[in-house]
Design a protein around this ligand. Structure first.
Ligand code: S3P
Length: 438
């Protein structure tokens, strides 16, 4: 358990080092394992979550070579085993803190004719799995979990039937689990989602050669395609860059470049939100590779102490789905807006790496802020002063990074407890902040 001291900053200046996209890294590693031939993944996310996916794949008989240092971009070579070609693991598969690893691999393992057990750390062991168990059972696999909902998740794979499934909650992880299972079934598997979630799985499937059609919130995948390994370049993670962006727009002396970040339209809600608020974010050098857009962001200070303020307003409905991983840092940002922030329809935040609504309310109060908590959201009045205090990430990486941003904007020193959890998605995050400090 490590603490981190955060002192106020005047701005963020320079070019940030960013991790590769976590969502894309998980998906490409898994699909590479199911493909024929080798796949090269450049700029693979070095965070612990994605390393867990690699470790689990290794335990399932996949041969992988990883090059790169703990805090730098990784290069991963995967020797694909072909669809349905994984081997029974010798022991339990430990997903650590990673919900993506556990849920996505559940979809793959449901189609393999052996028994496997997926476990995780204390946080992951409190997160709901019934949402993946239900559709995978309908496809023919048998799954059991602690109290019917929580890891460890025991899976007995089977020959699967394709399904047509309407997701009760908007979740890209669940959509992905069903599509990965559907790959192994004969016939067409369809998933319909109540609101648009990130579509990296659909893009990656098409890149590997699968046939799928998309219509509004519905995707249909033809089962048993031949997936072919190839080379991929993974963009930097916009959801990791989001913390630097939020700090950047709040501090008066910012001049920040966020290079080569993923600009997939299902992920760029934050850019639209900041633009609508009047922040100055320029998008430069947009390119496409492997079906994913990327570009560099240039942020100049326009707000901050003594200057104009971001407007604030409401975040609800489909917007909360589009911004799901950015909501913790937006809550911090909300305290500095003109009108404050009204967040609703965000009950999903209660089942993330921590209960993010409860944890945000508690920590913001420790920083001297007024906040009202609702079952599905928060009311955060604007124009509030943050006062440095002792705060706690509760082991949640996005909480830790959001609270570090709060510490940069606050008056006085902030001590962040359980700070090391940033390693799951953004190794070296605090060093990057220090390097950019104006
Ligand atoms: C993710 C989907 C989202 C998100 C998570 C990553 C993904 O979770 O919060 O950080 O890569 O598919 P849900 O699928 O639970 O909404």
């Amino acid at each position: 358990m490590s603490d981190q001291k955060i002192v106020p900053a005047r701005g963020l200046v320079g070019t940030a080092r960013l991790p590769g996209d976590k969502s894309i890294s998980h998906r490409l590693a898994i699909l590479a394992a199911l493909a024929e031939g080798t796949t090269e993944l450049r700029n693979f996310c070095p965070g612990d979550d994605c390393r867990r996916t690699l470790d689990c794949l290794r335990a399932l008989g996949v041969s992988l070579e990883v090059a790169g240092q703990p805090e730098s971009a990784l290069s991963v070579h995967v020797a694909g085993r072909g669809l349905g070609g994984l081997e029974a693991p010798a022991g339990e598969l430990d997903a650590g803190n990673s919900g993506s690893t556990l849920r996505m691999l559940a979809g793959v393992l449901a189609a393999h004719p052996f028994e496997s057990v997926l476990t995780g750390d204390a946080s992951l062991s409190r997160r709901p799995m019934r949402r993946v168990m239900e559709p995978l059972r309908q496809m023919g696999a048998s799954l059991t979990a602690r109290d019917g909902d929580f890891p460890p998740l025991r899976i007995c794979g089977a020959a699967l039937q394709a399904i047509d499934y309407v997701l009760p909650v908007a979740s890209a992880q669940v959509k992905t689990a069903i599509l990965l299972a559907g790959l192994h079934a004969s016939g067409a598997t369809s998933v319909e989602e109540p609101a648009r979630t990130r579509d990296h799985t659909e893009i990656a499937l098409a890149e590997f050669g699968a046939r799928l059609e998309r219509h509004k919130h519905r995707v249909t995948l033809q089962g048993r395609p031949r997936l072919r390994g190839k080379a991929f370049f993974i963009p930097n993670d916009l959801s990791a860059a989001a913390f630097l962006m939020a700090a950047g727009v709040l501090l008066p002396e910012t001049n920040l470049v966020l290079p080569q970040v993923g600009l997939n339209p299902t992920r760029t809600g934050l850019l639209d939100f900041l633009a609508a608020q009047g922040a100055q974010v320029k998008i430069l050098d947009v390119q496409e590779a492997n079906g994913e857009l990327r570009g560099s962001l240039h942020l100049r200070a326009r707000f901050g102490r003594g200057g104009a303020r971001l407007r604030g307003g409401a975040l609800e409905g489909a917007l909360t789905v589009a911004l799901i991983d950015e909501l913790p840092v937006l809550a911090v940002l909300g305290t500095q807006t003109e009108e404050g922030l009204r967040l609703r329809d965000a009950a999903e935040l209660r089942v993330k790496e921590s209960d993010r609504l409860g944890a945000l309310a508690e920590n913001l109060r420790r920083l001297g802020v007024t906040v009202r908590e609702y079952p599905d959201g928060l009311d955060i009045p604007g124009q509030q002063r943050l006062r440095g205090a002792e705060v706690d990430s509760f082991g949640d990486h996005r909480l830790a990074m959001a609270l570090a941003v709060a510490g940069l904007v606050a008056e006085g020193e902030t001590t962040l407890r359980n700070a090391e959890c940033v390693e799951v998605s953004f190794p070296g995050f605090y060093e990057v902040l220090e390097a950019l400090r104006a």
